[in-house]
Write a new protein. Structure first.
Length: 553
């Protein structure tokens, strides 16, 4: 029986042992019967997983499926309630990251754990214990070894560079180097391509294939099925904390994987669109209306490392320089770019969270440059923040309270001195139904929601009836394919109803699927790009940003 046959046989089972890869490679990690609960939430229900030497093994599943929890167990960040872990056939107890590192396991998190003010070499030895505590590390020797590892694996990161000087792609390679420096032969990568340009994604996947060919074993947690199909040897699917199947990439398809992930068939056109950005109707909707947002010559400054936000300072770099853009009613306009090029600052300036050094932000004829966030929201701007947990939700509050958190002191939900709890509850019941939020009741704490359902709460709150403009920053970051389908369809519906949408995204598939026009933000400067995948991808990496074709420095 092949891996694919076994996948079909076990599709509806609670747990089953992963299948053999068929290449005879030895198993380096075997996780058996892993169970983990968080209160009433059963995150992992007897999951089995194995990793073979020299393979790239993709771990797929919807948000809340248990992928990150399973890998956090392997790396020692979470202790299992039940189950065993074997490394090279020997049972081990991994009670923390230091124990994982001692067994040759390294992990690169989706959000990098680097200190910007330190060099790559200093970051790599930061936290080293054992015999090192009595003496300072020889940073020249550390840099020499980093250079050796960079050459061996084609990672190209100088050890004496400060992290703040590095691109996002270089920072990710620095994280991989940190794991390799500590002799990791088993590497866990959590959403490794989420913040990379298309060219950087392609280069990273080639590097990972080279590392696997050299004997490293790599686990990738991802939602990008096209990347899985092009790079992975085997694929394990989890759903609702349960093991569903393990398949060889060569013997499956994207549609098969999507069905296993979500437990139902997605429409073929929607699946193709989510994975390739092939928008069936982009640019062919009704004519856009009059401008609702007009940004003229906007400049803002970046934060000093470790310091407070200020409008300007001689010792601060420019985060946004002379930005000009327009959004009309009934259109989706994208801001493309790799994380760290000014997207966060633009998001904050538009919302009144960051001071404007110069320029105008005109919404429906009103200049909101320098306005408070409350005034901006009252003026008809809706907001989906790029960091849903930091800026979008108060985790300890109930869903019902999060749905009105921006207007809880106004009728019908309350006043300055009181709350109308019945109105708050009724609003939540209605929105939970219309946005298909999976929750037991309006009183469910936001902290218990999966990423997809947390995003639906934010979307439901943001799309109130009196909007002129929606700023949607990374609206599907970290979401599974089913949740992406829901969010995209809702944004299109709002666009077709006349809402202007400014989409700030690092996902080129998303931009191609949704936007009618696209700007690219690179090192704080904005240029309009043709709606062409290659042109946008190149511009995201710094190419063709000026009339002369030169890249600004």
């Amino acid at each position: 029986m092949t891996d694919r046959d076994q996948a079909g046989a076990h599709d509806n089972r609670t747990s089953a042992a992963p299948t053999d890869a068929g290449d005879g490679a030895p198993v380096v990690v075997a996780m058996k019967g892993i169970r983990r609960s968080f209160g009433d939430l059963l995150a992992l229900d007897g999951v089995d997983f194995d990793l073979r030497r020299g393979e790239i093994h993709a771990l797929l599943g919807e948000n809340g499926a248990g992928k990150s929890t399973l890998m956090n167990v392997l790396y020692g960040l979470v202790s299992p309630d039940h189950g065993t872990i074997e490394v090279d056939g020997t049972p081990v107890e991994i009670d923390g990251p230091h124990a994982a590192i001692a067994h040759g396991i390294g992990m690169v998190h989706q959000h990098f754990k680097l200190v910007p003010r330190l060099t790559v070499a200093e970051n790599i030895v930061l936290g080293d214990g054992g015999e090192r505590w009595t003496r300072l590390p020889d940073l020249a020797e550390v840099s020499r070894r980093i250079e050796e590892l960079s050459d061996r694996y084609g990672l190209e990161v100088p050890g004496d560079s400060y992290v703040w000087q590095l691109s996002v792609g270089q920072q990710q390679r620095a994280e991989i180097l940190r794991a390799l420096y500590h002799d990791a032969r088993i590497l866990i990568l959590d959403e490794p391509t989420a913040t990379l340009t298309p060219n950087e994604v392609e280069a990273l996947l080639e590097r990972l294939k080279g590392m696997a060919a050299a004997g490293s074993s790599i686990i990738i947690i991802t939602h990008h099925l096209d990347e899985v199909m092009s790079s992975a040897d085997r694929i394990t699917v989890l759903r609702s904390g349960k093991y569903i199947a393990t398949l060889k990439a060569a013997e499956t398809s994207q549609s098969d994987l999507a069905r296993l992930m979500v437990g139902r068939d997605l429409q073929e056109a929607a699946l193709l669109e989510v994975q390739s950005g092939a928008a069936a109707g982009a640019g062919q909707h009704a004519q856009a209306g009059p401008p609702v947002l007009d940004v003229q010559n906007l400049t803002a400054y970046a934060d000093p490392v470790g310091g407070p936000r200020r409008a300007s300072s001689d010792d601060e770099r420019v985060a946004l320089e002379d930005i000009t853009l327009q959004v009309s009613s009934g259109e989706i306009v994208a801001i493309a770019g790799v994380q760290g090029n000014g997207q966060a600052e633009l998001e904050e300036v538009l919302l009144g969270l960051r001071e404007v050094a110069s320029g105008r932000i005109v919404l429906d004829g009103k200049d909101l440059a320098g306005a408070t966030t409350s005034h901006v929201l009252d003026s008809g701007l809706g907001y989906i923040p790029s960091d849903r947990y930091r800026y979008g939700l108060i985790s300890d509050l109930a869903i019902s309270e999060n749905l009105v958190i921006d207007r809880v002191d106004r009728a019908p939900y309350g006043s300055r001195f009181s709350r109308n709890f019945a109105a708050i509850r009724d609003n939540a019941i209605s929105l939970i139904k219309s946005f298909s939020i999976a929750a037991n009741s309006p009183k469910t704490p936001a902290a218990t929601l999966s990423g997809g359902n947390a995003q639906k709460v934010i979307l439901a709150r943001s799309l109130r009836s009196d909007l002129s403009l929606l700023v949607a920053a990374q609206p599907t970051r970290g979401l599974d394919i089913g949740a992406i389908e829901f969010v995209w369809e809702r944004l299109r519906r709002e666009r077709d109803d006349g809402l202007g949408i400014l989409l700030i995204s690092t996902d080129l598939n998303e931009i191609m699927a949704l936007a009618e026009r696209c700007y690219v933000l690179y090192r704080g400067r904005l240029t309009e790009s043709p709606m062409d995948r290659d042109s946008i991808g190149l511009a995201m990496g710094g190419a063709n940003l000026t009339a002369s074709g030169e890249v600004p420095v």
